[in-house]
Design a protein around this ligand. Structure first.
Ligand code: 5AD
Ligand code: SF4
Length: 467
């Protein structure tokens, strides 16, 4: 009997992409096979996001296109899940009759039962169920080197601009024993790196008596045999403390990269965002990180044009960019989210002012990024090899056990990441490195989006042709 096929479209953040892996795991257990050919699928899912952009328009225009497929294949089922589905449940069902199943971010584990109910008619069920922390949930991971492992669900912070606490519910920490089991399983499957995911990873365990702290969890994972690197995101400045920064400085596997969103440099804006810190307090966390993790890489998120943000507030944001010297940032124009406190705040900043501030902050950040990347030239950095560079000739048997004995005639290009999460393109001479290998690369170029270098680090002959 041939299995049923499903396709899934994923919008938004890493957490959504992780949810897609979990949904895929459940569907495969139910006998479905994933397909990229959505026009021939029996089930099409849209895993939606509503954190910033115009989710509503995107989802409804995609649903319009998909509903036409039903005319050709009346047996096709269409499902909508994710953040937007959690918020708009019945609203989506009313507007789009072609949708057969709507489920939320907090009842993915119910999917097998929901599929059974869908066979009898349309199902809209976004009611949260408590996470089942008794066993490792099924998951079908994408990629082969780096695995995402969620360590917590939800968020208790209620920053006034953000929908996440409404769409993903309260914070639940997954028991550390289960996290360790999940990471061990990923390592046994061949993964070399894990990225711990949560909306606020560094408040991990605080609500659970007897549970490890986030620093404790990092130290526990640092001891795991076979695992090469541990990353995590996202951290909240108010929960960034000596314990976690100490675990970053003391570990051999915990990578020296901290993503610490600051959102604004103005105390008044931070207060109205309800972020729980001042600019000075934020910068003191940066100081702690710089002192305890020398050479560590710091990245951040910033929002421009929050309601009531004045030119002076914005100048203070630029001030933090100057002082913190982030390696890179994700910058967003404030996007009003219905139902959040900021939505109804007065003095919404007009689009032109937002755009102007965005450009100004971007110019400054580009300059800082370029300076920091240029300063890496000459250094030797540990790179985890990902794959041959696109367009570069791949050694014939890359990945086979004999690969290390082969010496390719000409240098070949590879991509990989440093411990600080810099993307690196490098030329390799001698035995070809394999995906997952850790190699020492000498940095010769410091571009905005990727560094360029050579391996082995003393292969000076190739310097002129380094990417
Ligand atoms: N408008 C703009 N940016 C937002 N973010 C979250 N909500 C909003 C919003 N309403 C940004 C924050 C957060 C990142 C994940 O998305 O910077 O850190
Ligand atoms: Fe949203 Fe704030 Fe929670 Fe981050 S910490 S998910 S910005 S509410």
């Amino acid at each position: 009997m041939s299995s049923k096929r499903f396709s899934i479209f994923t919008y938004g953040c890493q957490m959504n992409r992780y949810d897609t892996e979990t949904i895929t795991g459940h569907l495969e257990q139910e006998g479905y096979e994933r397909s990229e050919d959505f026009e021939r699928s029996d089930l099409i899912l849209l895993n939606t996001c509503s954190i910033r952009d115009k989710a509503e328009q995107k989802v409804f225009s995609q649903l319009g296109r998909l509903s036409r497929l039903k005319k050709v294949n009346p047996a096709l089922k269409i499902a909508v899940c994710g953040c937007f589905a959690t918020r708009e449940g019945e609203g989506i069902a009313k507007r789009q009759p072609a949708v057969d199943l709507i489920f939320g971010t907090q009842n993915i584990s119910e999917l097998p039962r929901l599929l059974g109910r869908m066979a009898k008619g349309r199902v809209v069920d976004v009611a949260p169920v408590e996470p089942d922390f008794t066993e490792v949930a099924p998951i079908q991971r994408e990629g082969a080197l780096s695995a995402w492992v969620s360590i917590a669900r939800g968020c208790d912070n209620f920053c006034t601009f953000c929908v996440v606490p409404y769409t993903r519910g309260p914070e639940w920490s997954k028991p550390s024993a289960l996290i360790v089991a999940e990471v061990e399983k990923a390592v046994a499957e061949g993964f070399k790196e894990v990225t711990l995911l949560g909306q606020n990873v560094n408040s991990y365990g605080r609500k659970t008596p007897g549970e490890l702290s986030f620093g404790g969890l990092l130290r526990r994972l640092d001891r795991l045999e076979g695992l090469r690197r541990v990353r995590f995101m996202t951290s909240h400045p108010k929960d960034c403390d000596e314990d976690m920064v100490g675990a970053m400085s003391g570990g051999s596997k915990v990578c020296e990269h901290l993503h610490l969103p600051f959102q604004s440099g103005s105390d008044e804006v931070l207060r109205r965002m309800d972020r729980g810190y001042t600019a000075e307090e934020y910068l003191s966390k940066v100081g702690l990180f710089r002192q305890r993790v020398p050479g560590g890489v710091l990245t951040s998120d910033v929002i421009v044009g929050f309601p009531g943000e004045t030119d002076r507030d914005f100048e203070e944001t630029l001030g933090v960019l100057h002082q913190a010297r982030f390696d890179s940032i994700f910058m967003f124009k404030y996007s009003p989210r219905p139902g959040t406190p900021a939505f109804s705040m007065k003095d919404q900043v007009p689009e032109e002012a937002q755009a102007e501030r965005f450009e100004k902050a971007l110019r400054l950040q580009r300059q800082v990024t370029e300076e920091l990347h240029l300063a890496l030239v000459g250094q030797v950095l540990e790179v985890m090899v990902e794959k041959p560079m696109e367009g570069a000739p791949a050694p014939a048997c890359l990945g086979c056990p004999a690969a290390s004995e082969r010496r390719p005639a000409a240098p070949v290009g590879f991509t990989g990441r440093t411990r600080g999460n810099h993307r690196v393109q490098f030329l390799a001479s001698g035995p070809a490195p394999r995906p997952g290998d850790l190699v020492d690369v000498r940095i010769l170029r410091g571009g905005l989006h990727a560094l360029g270098g050579v391996w082995p680090p003393d292969s000076a002959a190739m310097e002129e042709s380094a990417p």
